[in-house]
Design a protein around this ligand. Structure first.
Ligand code: AKG
Length: 316
């Protein structure tokens, strides 16, 4: 199995007033290359999210998934438009060609949307806020890499009404190399993916040229102070706006080949940063021409996300 190492792209210079023009140009250039080559970027220092915030959120999701099943079911996911709550094992199948649904449980979090114990809600809300700031910095960097006005993409996330922090638990005891999360592309603009230090490996991305699955391995210098890693990967809303120029990469998660590692639980946090529900996903004029007509029918971000979620989720 070959390895895919997403390039390091430091987006911290895109926080308000933080970086020089030179720093921003260097990051945008790195992002341009990373988007074309892989659709995955590695963010040093968690893209500016403090390590304590990340660690506290991982502690919270361990506590969340350790709650009794009947308590978790009281928080159940109800419908794709609301898109928050608990999704039990065996209810999601992102890759319809797989025989079985994914062996994972999920909590779709948005601040204040479900009655969670304060010691779980607060660290997750803190990560949501810090993660949105990092994602917007990444979107400014991506916009610059696409020769768009710097705020063009980030401004569409002002209400963050479709954005969710997806808390994922892949229970231990998986068969080595078995699928933990089926192949898919993400639906939104970009996803901030957080892997904890020492967590079981398993993320794979499709090679852009050959389609071969490659193990995603962080580059040196990617880890935050806690040893964990943050990636940004591109989503399908961005692909629609850019007429396929900036497109999402299929990825999946498999259990480690080593049976001792596959026996361990894996916890992941993924912040889906999406355009606000009422935003049109019609192709931006810069990316279409007589020779290159729009590839996708225009629709709102809210309709697009609900359509895609309905395709993978059987409501609990
Ligand atoms: O578990 C991971 O590393 C990736 C999860 C993922 O791709 C997703 O939930 O969309």
């Amino acid at each position: 199995m070959s390895i895919l190492t997403p390039p390091l792209v430091d987006v911290r210079c895109f926080f308000d007033g933080a970086g020089t023009e030179l720093e921003k140009s260097a990051s945008a250039e790195a992002a341009r290359w990373a988007c074309r080559a892989h659709g995955f970027l590695a963010l040093p220092a968690h893209g500016g999210i403090a390590s304590e915030v990340v660690v506290a959120a991982f502690d919270s999701i361990q506590a969340l998934f350790a709650m009794p099943q009947e308590k978790k079911m009281e928080l159940a996911f109800r419908d794709v438009r609301e898109n928050v709550g608990y999704i039990q094992l065996g209810r999601e199948k992102p890759d319809l060609s797989e025989a079985a649904p994914d062996p994972k449980e999920v909590f779709q979090f948005a601040p204040g949307k479900r009655q969670l114990p304060a010691e779980i809600e607060e660290p997750l809300a803190a990560l949501f806020r810090a993660g949105m700031a990092a994602s917007r910095a990444a979107l400014r960097c991506l916009a610059r890499s696409l020769d768009l006005p710097e705020d063009e993409l980030a401004a569409s996330t002002r209400d963050a009404d479709l954005c969710t922090l997806r808390c994922i638990h892949y229970p231990g005891g998986a068969a080595p190399r078995s699928t933990r999360c089926g192949a898919h592309t993400d639906f939104g603009l970009c996803t901030l993916l957080l892997h904890e230090q020492g967590g079981a490996p398993g993320l794979q991305a499709a090679d852009r040229t050959t389609g071969e699955w490659r193990d995603v391995v962080p580059p040196p210098g990617a880890a935050g102070a806690d040893g964990g890693v943050a990636y940004v990967n591109l989503g399908d809303m961005l692909s629609r706006w850019t007429n396929g120029e900036c497109c999402a990469t299929p990825h999946r998660v498999v259990a480690p080949a080593d049976s001792a590692q596959a026996a361990r639980s894996r916890f992941v946090l993924a912040l889906f940063c999406d355009a606000d529900a009422a935003t049109s996903l019609a192709c931006l004029p810069q990316f279409t021409s007589a020779e290159r007509p729009p590839l996708f029918q225009p629709m709102s971000a809210g309709d697009f996300k609900a359509m895609r979620l309905a395709g993978i989720t059987a409501v609990s």
